[in-house]
Write a protein that binds this ligand. Sequence first.
Ligand code: F6R
Ligand code: MG
Ligand code: MG
Length: 385
Amino acid sequence: MLTLSVIKADTGGWVGHSAVHPAMVARAEQAVDAARGDLLLDGQVATCGDDLSLIMTHEHGRDADAVHRFAWDVFLQTTEVARGLGLYGAGQDLLSDAFSGNLRGMGPGYAELDLTERPSEPVLCFLADKTEPGAWNLPLYKMFADPFNTAGLIIDPHMHDGFLFEVYDLFEEKRLVLDCPTELYDLLMLIGAPARFVVHQVVSKTLQEAAAATSTQRLSLIAGRYVGKDDPVMIVRCQSGLPAVGEALEPFSFPHAVAGCMRGSHHAPLMPVAAADAHPSRFDGPPRVICLGYQVHEGRLVGPRDMFADPAFDRARAQANEVMDYFRRHGPFEPHRLPLSDLEYTTMPSVAKRLADRWEPFAPAESAMSLADSASPAGQRPGRH
Ligand code: F6R
Ligand code: MG
Ligand code: MG
């Protein structure tokens, strides 16, 4: 059994929160090179915005102490590089002082998937910046449950039975599995609320294997305070009874609105871009997604291909820019700004405290009428216009 692990962290931004410095990438690459053929079968380093990802194949299974410890050590090293260059927010996602067992709850995000390698194994790794794990809900629904997106659901006999969706409730820390298409409406009731319910895994009923996995950590819940957006990653296996590569990319032709832009507190469109353009700048956004495609062969990562470096996604990018203009014109109003309960930054407690004594009950109907009477000429009540 082979495991594909994508483990990521923001260990410092260059400049602000917009990118990872090349010296950090070089340090991570040195570490991955040294581990290749030993701990790892193969490994690569990739970035999206200010997040650095380690894309690794190995035989230690998911949540393996050795692999997670390796990633943690790499992130400590990139933090050191970031500190040396005075980069912004150095070590921001490393929430714990010491590693203990695995990375759950420690800050870095990870998506891991066990697979029995098929004769040809096409895999897509999606990396996003300035958003949260729930951003994958809509694309995953489209890939694995929407026949208007994925033709194979109707015409491929290996897909026709559908898929199992494992959903996490991040607020109550519990999970359930929904069987689609039978339980499609229940699925949508939940995952349409992506701040709380997140698709963690998708399993093929026919192949009896995982088809997709996401990172589902919410840093703000882990840390109990704002520590940066989760900037999630996702792995999707493709072809031969799973969505074709083109079916897995198709949902991103619609730049759907996601939470996470600017101070983790705004909705903005998710823009699919080539790796070279994954550097959010305007209003710390718009949020970006890149897709690195690999053929996994005998554990080796043959790739990456930069899947969104394709003019076919130009319209999605143009639409994302238009939608960004539209959202920005709302300024501090919802739905650009997130609802009060979801803000990562807030002054609400101090504002509420300061204004607490100045609130009054609504005036009773009579006194409201007398106010209106006194305001209108000759004491007459204003008519309706
Ligand atoms: C970081 C992010 C940014 C920051 C913003 C303010 O992932 O989304 O939008 O929240 O740049 O950062 P601070 O508070 O560090 O000045
Ligand atoms: Mg950052
Ligand atoms: Mg980030």
